[in-house]
Design a protein around this ligand. Structure first.
Ligand SMILES: C[S@@+](CC[C@H](N)C(=O)[O-])C[C@H]1O[C@@H](n2cnc3c(N)ncnc32)[C@H](O)[C@@H]1O
Length: 253
C-alpha cells in the first residue's frame, strides 16, 4: 500500500469536518447563534468592498468556501451575481435555503472554473484550518487563478493577542490538527507567489481579533505592467488607459 503523505491526511481531515448530514444546520444555528458574532464577517466584508469601491461587474463574485452562505446576503444586496462553492453537500443545502442560487460542490484546491472567471473571490474562515503550508499555497493559488481582480481572504493572524497567548502557553493549543495562525509576512509571500499583492489587512478589533481579512489585487500579466508598453499603447490608440493594479504603491500593514 502507498504511504499516505501527511499533507494529504491533513487536507482530507479538513474536507471531512463539515460532511455530516446535520453539519449545515449545526453551523447555522449553533456556531453563529450570537447575532453580533454572526454579523461580524459580513459587516467587515461589506466595509472592505465599500473601501475599495467594488461595484457589480460583468463577472460574478465567488464565495469559497460558502458554507451556509453567510456572506450571500451582503454580496447580493450590492447587486453582485453570487456563486458559492463548498466541498460539503450539507453546507450547500443550508446555503440554498430553498432559494435559487448558483451553488457548486467543489474543492477549493481544484476549482472547476476557468482563469479570471470572477471579479472578486471571497474566502472566509478556511485558511486557518489548513495546517500544511503546501495546502495553504495551493488554495491561495486557486483563489488568485479564478479571480480577475481581487481576492478577499480571512486568516488567523499570528500577531493577535489570542495567538500570542497560545504561543507563550497562557492558552491551550489545539494540537497538530487544530487551527493555525500565520503571519502577515507568510501570507504576503504566498499571495505574491500566486500572482497577487496584498494591499491591506482588516480586523474587527486590531491586535485582539485573530480573524483578519487580507485584500489582494491580482497583478496584471507582465506585458500589462510594463510602463513602456503602456505608453506605446496609449500613443497608438490615443486614449487614457487605466493603470494595471501591479503598479499600485506599497501595501499597508
Ligand atoms: C468554518 S466553515 C466557513 C464557511 C463560510 N465561509 C463562513 O464563513 O461561514 C469552513 C467551510 O469550509 C469547507 N471546506 C473545507 N475544506 C474545503 C475544501 N478543500 N474546499 C472547499 N470547501 C472546503 C467546509 O465544508 C465548510 O463549509
Amino acid at each position: 500500500m502507498e504511504p499516505v503523505h501527511p499533507a494529504d491526511e491533513l487536507r482530507a481531515d479538513v474536507r471531512a469536518r463539515w460532511q455530516s448530514e446535520d453539519a449545515g444546520a449545526r453551523y447555522a444555528i449553533r456556531r453563529f447563534r450570537d447575532p453580533r458574532a454572526a454579523m461580524r464577517d459580513p459587516t467587515l466584508v461589506e466595509r472592505i468592498l465599500d473601501l475599495h469601491g467594488v461595484r457589480p461587474a460583468l463577472k460574478p463574485v465567488l464565495d469559497v468556501p460558502c458554507g451556509t452562505g453567510r456572506l450571500r446576503g451582503v454580496l447580493e444586496r450590492r447587486g453582485m451575481r453570487y456563486v458559492g462553492a463548498d466541498v460539503s453537500p450539507a453546507m450547500l443545502a443550508e446555503a440554498a435555503g430553498g432559494k435559487d442560487a448558483a451553488l457548486v460542490l467543489a474543492d477549493a484546491e481544484r476549482l472547476p472554473f476557468a482563469e479570471d472567471s470572477f471579479d472578486v473571490v471571497v474566502c472566509c474562515r478556511l485558511l486557518h484550518h489548513l495546517q500544511d503550508e503546501d495546502v495553504l499555497e495551493s488554495v491561495v493559488r486557486e483563489l488568485v487563478r479564478v479571480s480577475s481582480r481581487m481576492v478577499i481572504a480571512s486568516f488567523w493572524d499570528s500577531a493577535s493577542w489570542h495567538a500570542w497567548r497560545r504561543r507563550v502557553g497562557l492558552r491551550r493549543g489545539e494540537g497538530p490538527r487544530g487551527r493555525r495562525a500565520v503571519s502577515k509576512r507568510v501570507l504576503r509571500r504566498v499571495f505574491d507567489e500566486s500572482g497577487a499583492g496584498i494591499v491591506d489587512f482588516h480586523h474587527s478589533f486590531r491586535f485582539v481579533s485573530q480573524q483578519t481579512f487580507a485584500v489582494a489585487l491580482k497583478r496584471a500579466p507582465a506585458a500589462e505592467r510594463d510602463p513602456a508598453m503602456h505608453r506605446v499603447r496609449e500613443r497608438i490608440f490615443d486614449i487614457d488607459l487605466p493603470r494595471a493594479p501591479g503598479n499600485l504603491g506599497p501595501a499597508g500593514s
